[in-house]
Design a protein around this ligand. Structure first.
Ligand SMILES: O=P(O)(O)O[C@H]1O[C@H](CO)[C@@H](O)[C@H]1O
Ligand SMILES: O=c1cc[nH]c(=O)[nH]1
Length: 240
């Protein structure tokens, strides 16, 4: 079997999928986090790898950047490959002053400026929320572990923006005022796809930079490699 964007055979992708934005991060996760991971699809350089984690089958596949890209992969995985749960493991910019670079944000909900929240429900803005069971599993794991590099874990809403270079201080201020922790570009699309496909999803983010103070921002290389805390939390969410 194949879809327009995935060439794995039926059964080659696990029901549980870790989904970073970056294909290089997906390859690194396959090499360093999964056991015996095999490449099962590589369309457009978006590698999908399947191995095991703590004895359970688990795959990792990148989403690319933005809701448009993620929604293609998430829909094909849920609809055609029998995937039950996807956990996004990405980077984000801090919005709340309580959040510091290297902290982890577990996104229980996602606000967005994308029309994905209104596309399927005329006259209604969908609430785009994480799976409760995955959220509980991830939070339990986060609260039971000591995070590397003195990082803290925060649980709350994130903002999924269609524009990386929005540069709107008023938008960031408003989002901070209503308790939004960070900004990224995919969580809302993932939660919408999961709702539409009757599946489950969660987002676990590492803060790579801060909108209010750019002095400690991560380099591009660090953004690719600094995700150990988030991965353990994300995997616990998938296994919950
Ligand atoms: O690090 P990833 O998972 O790609 O996530 C963030 O980084 C990208 C922007 O640089 C967007 O995809 C955003 O959501
Ligand atoms: O989308 C993103 C990702 C990381 N940092 C940001 O400021 N925005």
């Amino acid at each position: 079997m194949a879809t327009p964007h995935i060439t794995a055979e039926a059964g080659q992708i696990a029901e549980l999928v870790l989904m970073p934005g970056d294909p290089k991060r997906a390859a690194r996760i396959a090499e360093t986090f999964l056991t015996d991971a095999q490449l099962v699809s590589d369309v457009r350089g978006i590698g999908c790898y399947t191995g095991t984690y703590q004895g359970s089958p688990m795959s990792v596949m990148a989403s690319g950047m933005g809701i448009a890209s993620l929604s293609i992969y998430a829909t094909e995985l849920f609809r055609f490959y029998g995937v039950k749960r996807i956990c996004r493991v990405g980077t984000c910019g801090g919005i709340s002053p309580a959040v510091k670079v290297r902290d982890v944000i577990i996104g229980n909900a996602a606000h967005t400026n994308s029309n994905v929240s209104t596309l399927y429900t005329p006259g209604v803005t969908m609430s785009l929320a994480a799976s409760f069971d995955m959220l509980r599993g991830a939070v339990d794991q986060a609260r039971s572990m000591e995070l590397a590099e003195g990082a803290q874990v925060h649980v709350g809403p994130v903002y999924s923006s269609d524009f990386f270079y929005l540069n709107r201080a008023d938008v960031a201020e408003g989002l901070d005022r209503v308790g939004t922790l960070g900004v990224e570009m995919e969580a809302a699309g993932l939660y919408a796809c999961a709702a539409l496909e009757g599946a489950e999803a969660l987002t676990v983010l590492t803060v790579s930079d801060h909108l209010k103070d750019g002095s400690g921002d991560m380099s591009a290389e660090e953004r690719e490699t600094s995700f150990g805390n988030a991965l353990q939390i994300a995997a616990a969410g998938l296994l919950a």
